[in-house]
Design a protein around this ligand. Sequence first.
Ligand code: UDP
Length: 234
Amino acid sequence: MKYKRILLKLSGEALMGEQKFGIDPQRLEQYSQEIKKVKDLGIEIAIVIGGGNIFRGITAEESGIDRVQGDYMGMLATVINGMALQSALEKAGMFTRLMSGFKIEQVCEQFIRRRAIRHLEKGRIVIFGAGIGNPYFTTDTTASLRAVEIIADVVLKGTRVDGLYTADPEKDPSATRFSNISFQEVFENGYKVMDMTAFALCQENNLPIIIFDMNKPGNLLKIIEGEKVGTLVH
Ligand code: UDP
């Protein structure tokens, strides 16, 4: 197998499926099956889940909610998604732990790095909720930071697009996809992979990122088996 320990980043929006808000149970089940294929190979899996399907701090300001308050609401939204994902993974027969960036003792464990690594070694899928636990950050940054902390081999950014393009392929039909690109090239051309903080963390720590279409069955497994899927940023 090409990778032994992975950090999978799933956006909150991905969980909406065809809906306009919330969590689509079918999508959740589909993702669980994709994750199980990889888990069955003995791969250690950590997941960072976003919260954009429920709440984003940045949009809170528009409705008159203080930004910091909104960010905490966004972090709580990621915990809700994490709980839904945890439930779906367990239903599919996997063992999981949900760890939070801040204390919510009745619902999940607090993130403790050594404990997270131990869970992974024991074959549990670790879901990181509540981001890094601080406002003004994103779940992309959480993905990079946690990946570095748990010494993951790669960050797998599962999206609904099959990689990084020269322009938005949904708007510009002449856009072309990269199969490989360096951190430097992404930076120089201002391509949008992750926000700057998230991106810089991966670059500084030599942590490769693969952007791929999570909605296409078998893609996650192919990546683990070393097949070229999506765009590798290295
Ligand atoms: N958030 C935060 N700190 C973090 C991670 C997330 O304040 O470390 C808040 C922020 O308001 C963000 C929201 O949680 O808008 C949901 O996360 P994000 O937008 O990254 O989710 P995604 O786009 O992946 O669904």
